[in-house]
Write a protein that binds this ligand. Structure first.
Ligand SMILES: [Zn+2]
Length: 290
């Protein structure tokens, strides 16, 4: 297991944010060791916040349970209650980490918690990292290659900034935060081991070829992020932690964090304006650990 005592460059930045006052919270699901947590200001109580670039949306918190085989409501059917009508009947497991539809959040750890994808490969894309963080599962890698190539044809240079992250790496990263800031602050800065989507191999963080604003709110305005937000669904990806849905996903906006769910589902979400996997699959919101 890697050492958990490695200094985290972002620690001081994060600590300063913690003392910046009520309403200012930094959350990130990613927190690679060289990243700065995303200091997005938001007032969770009122839902009022200043978006860095994107349009704001109202967080959704209504949970609906969908069991496999349950018929999906017709898209045009309006619910008579507060329950969303958006949930689909799962075609793939929502719990198996080898499934493209696995949902990992603060309520849904990986099972097993130390899961390792069997098909990790390094995609043939521009890499901003080395080692395990340059790996993705084979399906995600193939889709990433197509997406990066398509972006390049439109003059947008995208880099792979952080991909797979092992359980042991997450233990070290999270443990470093706990040691330095305590558990409450660590939970705002880093996913607990076994709760990071990066461990599934289905997700990764992008950087911009220009190198600006990596893992920072201003990344949303960089060409790679702008392009990804508009086009990632065509390659099977969603921006997993969209703006203003932290009450659902447990994380503030991460314009760099993409998740593969398949072209059909990602396009369906885009067409229907559904922002989160939790809502799409009818799962309860996961703003914090249970
Ligand atoms: Zn990430």
């Amino acid at each position: 297991m890697a050492s958990g005592q490695k200094p985290l460059p972002s620690r001081r930045v994060f600590a300063s944010l913690l003392t910046a006052g009520a309403g200012m919270v930094a959350l990130t699901a990613c927190t690679p060791e060289n990243a700065v947590p995303s200091p997005v200001a938001a007032n969770a109580a009122s839902g009022v916040a200043t978006p860095p670039a994107a349009a704001s949306s109202v967080p959704t918190t209504d949970p609906v349970t969908v069991t496999p085989g349950t018929a999906a409501p017709a898209p045009s059917a309006m619910p008579s209650s507060a329950a969303p009508s958006s949930a689909v009947a799962p075609q793939h497991s929502l719990t198996d980490p080898t499934s493209p539809w696995v949902v990992v959040n603060k309520h849904r750890p990986l099972n097993p918690q130390d899961f390792v994808p069997a098909d990790l490969v390094q995609p043939n894309v521009r890499l901003a990292v080395s080692g395990e963080a340059s790996l993705l599962n084979s399906t995600t890698a193939a889709a990433a290659e197509k997406m990066f190539a398509a972006a390049a044809t439109e003059g947008v240079v995208m880099t792979l900034a952080s991909g797979y992250r092992s359980y042991s790496t997450q233990v070290a990263t999270y443990g470093g935060y706990v040691t330095s800031t305590g558990q409450a602050a660590a939970d705002r800065a880093s996913a607990r081991p076994g709760h990071s989507e990066h461990q599934t191999g289905w997700s990764f963080d992008i950087g911009d070829g220009g190198g600006a604003c990596s893992f920072q709110p201003c990344f949303a305005e960089q060409p790679a992020a702008v392009w990804a937000k508009a086009n990632a669904h065509r390659f099977g990806f969603v921006v997993r932690y969209p703006w203003m849905f932290h009450d659902t996903t447990g994380y503030f906006y991460e314009s760099w964090h993409l998740r593969y769910i398949g072209v059909e589902a990602a396009t369906d979400m885009a067409n229907r304006g559904i922002a989160t996997l939790e809502e799409y699959f009818g799962l309860e919101a996961a703003p914090d650990y249970l």
